[in-house]
Design a protein around this ligand. Structure first.
Ligand code: ATP
Ligand code: MG
Length: 403
């Protein structure tokens, strides 16, 4: 019967926040292991313990390493609280590591942590004795305290001891859900999916909002955004996608507003529509993939003029990131290959010849005088369609690397 322990972080969390963190983390972990019926997840003594039953440990381990909020995981062997019982598991662990080729130089060390101070043998003494037991039971081994092939870790706890060798890193961050819900402005580009992933990493549940300009943008452009929402759902558990039909708004902007300001006004309309959707859906902030100075429209002046139409906080997780780093992250989370598919975006369809790169709010307001902002916003919100994406089972295998 396999067992895994999961360690979680954010040591700054206290009291109510901590128990909420743990509750949501356990829920998210249960969802991650739902493909394996009978796998059991429970809280205990500052750790979460997963019983894998008859299922192989590794796939469960991989699935859990994708759950936000976990710092690291170890497959463990559980032993009763006696020196003999712990020794037997330690020897078994060493034999397993030898058999799987993890000990080419046949060196090891033992490290003991004693959370249960009633256990009669002090940690250094227990480590020494266990080292002796291992050396006696398995011939040809050596202790190397500096660079051992295998560290035999022993954690002595209240009702049992855990013995383990391997520790797999988790993603860190906070469990999705503890920070509330946010609206992600999701384009088909490289940046916004990464921004959404980072918002999830800090515990936000993401509802994506996409502006679609059919027939100026194709059905395939929309499918691309749906694929991105699906990948985000694979990480975050569940992602709602709101598809806003934006053609009428764009056409009206083109008809009634000075050309150099069309991009600014289009963004202001996106913000207004997103703000209304946020109100209906209880979203507490708007997340975008903007990064300062990345393109001409991402100036501070432009951010101010666009942001001044909403009172919601606008979160820009990528504000200080360079493009190469964003691309690396996009590859790791599995959105890059989808993002670079060549379908047009609603913003690239109407590109003015000389866009204003540092627009002021009063210029934008003046440019909007002949636009029926309220009616256009309301009608776009009314026609918005909603789709829900759930994590796909077993998909962790197709996601590359650990970000
Ligand atoms: P991305 O790679 O995320 O598209 P970008 O570098 O192409 O970003 P812009 O096209 O200027 O930058 O878009 C800035 C941000 O505005 C995007 O990151 C996204 O959050 C939002 N955005 C742009 N187009 C759309 C759209 N069609 N639907 C929803 N949000 C959008
Ligand atoms: Mg873009």
């Amino acid at each position: 019967m396999g067992q895994i322990i999961a360690r979680y972080g954010e040591i700054s969390l206290k009291g109510q926040n901590r128990s909420e963190f743990e509750k949501v983390l356990v829920q998210n972990m249960r969802r991650a292991v739902s493909p394996w019926p009978g796998v059991h997840v429970a809280r205990g003594q500052g750790r979460i313990v997963i019983e894998t039953g008859d299922h192989p440990v590794d796939p469960v381990l991989t699935a859990l390493s994708r759950v936000f909020g976990i710092v690291s995981l170890s497959p463990v062997r559980s032993a009763g609280l006696s020196e003999e019982a712990i020794g037997a598991e330690a020897v078994a662990l060493v034999q397993e590591a030898l058999a799987s080729g993890e000990m080419p130089r046949r060196t090891f060390k033992v490290e003991v942590r004693r959370a249960n101070k009633r256990f009669p043998i002090p940690s250094p003494e227990l480590a020494r004795r266990l080292g002796g037991v291992i050396l006696k039971s398995v011939p040809g081994l050596h202790v190397d305290v500096h660079h051992p092939d295998l560290t035999v870790n022993v954690e002595v706890r209240d009702v049992e001891a855990f013995v383990y060798g391997r520790t797999v890193p988790g993603l860190g961050g906070l469990p999705v859900g503890v920070s509330g819900k946010v609206g992600l402005l999701l384009s088909g580009g490289i940046d916004s999916p990464v921004a959404g992933w980072l918002a999830m990493k800090r515990g936000a549940q993401v509802e994506a909002i996409h502006f679609h300009s059919y027939p100026f943008t194709s059905e395939r452009a929309l499918q691309k955004v749906e694929s991105l929402a699906q990948v985000l759902a694979d990480w975050g558990g569940r992602v709602v996608l709101h598809v806003v039909h934006f053609t009428e708004v764009q056409t009206e902007i083109r008809k009634h507003c000075p050309e150099p300001l069309t991009i600014t006004i289009m963004r202001r309309m996106m913000m207004r529509i997103a703000t209304d959707i946020a109100r209906q859906r209880g979203l507490l902030a708007i997340v975008t993939g903007e990064s300062l100075g990345q393109v001409a429209s991402q100036t501070l002046e432009s951010m101010y003029t666009i942001g001044s139409v909403t009172r919601l906080p606008i979160l820009r997780p990528l504000v200080a990131e360079d493009k190469v780093d964003i691309i690396r992250r996009a590859r790791q989370i599995g959105t890059y290959d989808i993002s670079i598919l060549p379908y047009e975006d609603c913003c690239t369809v109407f590109v003015p010849k000389n866009p204003r790169t540092r627009p002021k709010p009063d210029e934008a307001e003046a440019a909007e005088t002949h636009l029926d902002v309220e009616a256009l916003t309301a009608s776009a919100v009314k026609r918005t369609e909603m789709k829900v994406f759930h994590a796909r089972r077993g998909v962790e295998r197709s996601l590359s690397g650990t970000p």
